[in-house]
Structures are given as C-alpha cells and as structure tokens.
Design a binder for this molecule. Sequence first.
Ligand code: NAP
Length: 248
Amino acid sequence: MNKFDSQHVIVTGGTRGIGAGITEQFLKAGATVIATYSGNDEAARTFKESLNLYGNKLIIKKFNVANSQEVESFFTDYEKEFPSLEILINNAGIRRDQIVATMNESEWDAVIDTNLKGTYNMTRFAVLTMMKNRYGRIVNMSSVGGKLGLPGQANYAASKAGQIALSLSVSKEVAKRNITINNVCPGFIETELLKDLPEDQIKEYKSQVPMKRFGKVEEVAHAVLFFASKEASYITGATLDIAGGLNA
Ligand code: NAP
C-alpha cells in the first residue's frame, strides 16, 4: 500500500520511540520522511542504518524544536531542498515529573518549551509552507495526561492540554486552505520515555488501564497515519485517545 507516495512528512522526535514507529509506517506507505531529533546522535544513526533499504526517502535532521531560530533555519533549508510539505507530526516531547510544590522553574520551562512552544514553532512555519499548495495535515502527539492530569505532571499536563487548545484555534484559521490539525492522545506506551518509572509504579499504572497492558508504538502510528491521510479530509480540531480504555 503506497498511500503516501510523493508526499513529504516531517516527524519531530522521529528517530526514537513513538516517532520512530511513525517514521517507519510512513516509509512503508511510500512517503519521504524527514525525521528530526535534538541530541541523541547514536540513536539517530542506528535508526537511519536500520532503515537503509529506504535510501534517501529517509532524511535525518538535528535541531531543537523549542528554539525558534533553529526551527526557522530548518524550514529555510527545507524549502530549498524539498518541493512541498504535505504532513507535519508534532511528536517531540519530554517529561520532567515533580510535584508542583517542589517543581523548579527550569523543569516547568523545559517541558512547556519543548512540548508546547515546540509545537507552535513547527506549526507556524509548516502552515506557511503548506498554504502555498493549499493542502496540509498536522497531527500533534498530545497525551491522555493532558486531560486526566496525573500527579507530578503539572508541567507535562499543561503542555499536552495546550497542544489540544492550540489545534482548536489553528484548525479554524487554516480550514479554508484545506489544512487540518488534529491530536492523538496516547495513554502509556512502551518507550524510553517511561524507562525511569519504578517497577511498582508500572504495575500500578497497568492495573488502572482497562486493557491491563501498555500500548505499542505501532498502535499509535496507525492512528496518526489515518489523520494524515487524504481520506481524513473533513476531520479537524479533533482529538483521539489511544489508551487501552484509560480515557478522560
Ligand atoms: P522518547 O522515546 O523519549 O523520544 C522522544 C523523541 O523526541 C526523541 O527523538 C528526542 O530526540 C525528541 N526530542 C526531545 N526533545 C526534543 C527537542 N527539544 N527538539 C527536538 N526533538 C526532541 O519519547 P516517546 O515516548 O516516543 O514520546 C513521543 C511523544 O509521545 C512525546 O510528545 C510524548 O509526550 C508523547 N506521549 C508518549 C507517551 C508514552 O507513554 N510513551 C504517552 C503519551 C504521549 P533525541 O533522540 O535526540 O533525544
């Protein structure tokens, strides 16, 4: 199935975890994918090597989504290198959990800057590029945490709820240009983002999920590809939970 043939996709944080799964599914479906990351060169190199069969259909770029100058220069280069941009997946994200009373300003800022300001930075330039062709699909990787508000995640929950609010506003601005923006809200998904959780907390979280297990990256990726497809043409400003029944 080469549903995304001739389409160009940017996946931020597309070299590890959920983003890597999304990159892989888009490649399988015929797209050219620009997968980005910010620091882990080794993971990016290994990931690129593992997908060598896709040749120059997979391009890896390194920059910080929270830094507006780096984002602007990425898009300046992008427009020289690629003829169009059809799809943006705002997936890059971090956690710095701490109860609010002891959360310091840098923990607050790091999460809001990466997860929410990063989404704004990327969306702003992507929309300008997409408007030229009057076509675009944007998908934000939000979280059920943005709707449930788990303890210790005031920064993370605010950033994830912020992505949903941002999409509601932007969806109305760009609807006439045939650009859609939607959100997926994963629950607990097996990636390195959760690697610092103690074993007893993992057990406790799994017991709260009606399906009694954590999700897999492919289970998120398939939903993202649906929102990014031409067929999802009348869906915008929407939010889909992918959480094994752990819905807000
Ligand atoms: P992950 O395995 O930790 O991977 C995060 C990716 O984002 C990496 O490629 C990382 O680059 C990149 N990244 C981090 N900060 C960045 C920045 N400032 N600029 C550019 N790239 C940056 O995380 P994940 O579990 O796949 O999570 C991906 C998204 O899903 C996040 O937005 C997360 O909030 C959301 N989510 C995850 C879960 C879950 O249970 N895993 C649940 C709900 C929502 P490096 O490789 O260079 O570090």
